[in-house]
Design a binder for this molecule. Structure first.
Ligand code: NDP
Ligand code: MG
Ligand code: MG
Length: 336
């Protein structure tokens, strides 16, 4: 089992007299910046020209600089802009301007682990990654609680990288919940695998194939949508709250018997092989290479896929059904 650190293991004094530049003021950025400030750290925000979030950062009382300016001022530089942009911003705006001993912080390991960012050896490089969305990181902090956090040390030039990582994690509230140490490799590879095989790729394809099977067999699409897509939330909520055992304790015995007999048939040998193959392609860099290339060429495959995915038959059915649910805010997704 992983070792867990708490506030008592962290010393916020490591942040005394230091300036933290948070690059980006989105989901994670606004939460880190405000929690750090409330914990006593000096925080500045770095954003690009014409940034949509600049007004929000200023309204929240922060000084907003360009990335170049902020890099000159900062002792700790936290990268909280989209992952695929980090390498370019590092190379062109941070690297030429940063102090010789500035610490480089990340909330996800992709750019560093896959060699998109190669930090000079004289800099501490570490990760502080809350295991929750930014609004939760901020809301929990305000309630005196926190969201569990990961830390990982990639480069320890000062000999104190871990102390700084623990101090930062504690300052954003992670030490109230628990801080787990990992590595850039483990965080990056498990994150990619989880979203591909299970959370995003796996789950949406499972739902859609279930929906399709019922509709092709002549059942009403509304029934198929409820049974194979909409009700996923009820099951996942129970797993989230008390594990699979709690979910199984709550469902009918008939559902449990079906769970037992059908699960391993749907996710059979072929799927298990595909999962191992996905992991291999994550580990050997094939996935990272493909994704970087896709970005460099203007995302042609993603654009085509996103349009088709938005037009999938289940999406229109779900939209109509949600109008029958007055407690739900009706979402409008921008068209591709
Ligand atoms: P968001 O997409 O929510 O925020 C992006 C921010 O970066 C915006 O403020 C955006 O400004 C700004 N930005 C865009 N381009 C630039 C630029 N060229 N220079 C400076 N700033 C720029 O990102 P997230 O908070 O979701 O993700 C940040 C990091 O945190 C990523 O590494 C991600 O993997 C990691 N992470 C995210 C989690 C999450 O729940 N979202 C959880 C854990 C880790 P504008 O408003 O103008 O677009
Ligand atoms: Mg993840
Ligand atoms: Mg991810």
């Amino acid at each position: 089992m992983a070792k867990v650190y708490y506030d008592r293991d962290a010393d916020l004094a490591f942040l005394n007299g230091k300036t933290v530049a948070v690059i980006g003021y989105g989901s994670q950025g606004h939460a880190h910046a405000q929690n750090l400030r409330d914990s006593g750290a000096k925080v500045i925000i770095a954003l690009h020209e014409g940034s949509k979030s600049k007004a929000k950062a200023e309204a929240d009382g922060f000084e907003v600089y360009t990335v170049q300016e902020a890099a000159k001022l900062a002792d700790l530089i936290m990268f909280l802009m989209p992952d695929h942009m980090q390498a370019d911003i590092f190379k062109n705006q941070v690297l030429p301007n940063m102090k010789p001993e500035a610490k480089l912080l990340f909330a996800h390991g992709f750019a560093v682990h896959f060699g998109q960012i190669v930090p000079p050896a004289s800099h501490d490089v570490f990760m502080v990654a809350p295991k929750g969305p930014g609004h939760m990181v901020r809301a929990m902090y305000k309630e005196g609680k926190g969201v569990p956090c990961l830390i990982a040390i990639y480069q320890d030039a000062s000999g104190k990288a871990k102390e700084f990582a623990l101090a930062y994690a504690s300052a954003i509230g992670g030490g109230r919940a628990g801080i787990i140490e990992t590595t850039f490799r483990e965080e990056t590879e498990t994150d990619l695998f989880g979203e591909q095989a299970v959370l995003c790729g796996g789950v949406t394809e499972l739902m859609q194939q279930g929906f399709k099977t019922l509709v092709e067999a002549g059942y009403q699409p509304e029934m198929a949508y409820f049974e194979c897509i909409n009700e996923m939330k009820l099951i996942v909520d129970m797993i989230f709250e008390g594990g699979m055992s709690w979910m199984r304790y709550s469902i009918s015995d008939t559902a449990k018997y079906g769970d037992m007999t059908a699960g391993p048939r749907v996710i059979g040998e072929e799927s298990r092989k595909a999962m191992k193959q996905l992991l291999t392609e994550i580990q050997d860099g094939t996935f990272a290479r493909d994704w970087i290339l896709e970005n460099q060429t203007g995302r042609p495959r993603m654009k085509k896929w996103a349009k088709a995915a938005q037009e999938a038959p289940c999406e229109a059915v779900g939209k109509e059904l949600r109008k029958m649910m007055p407690w739900m805010e009706q979402k409008e997704v921008p068209k591709f």
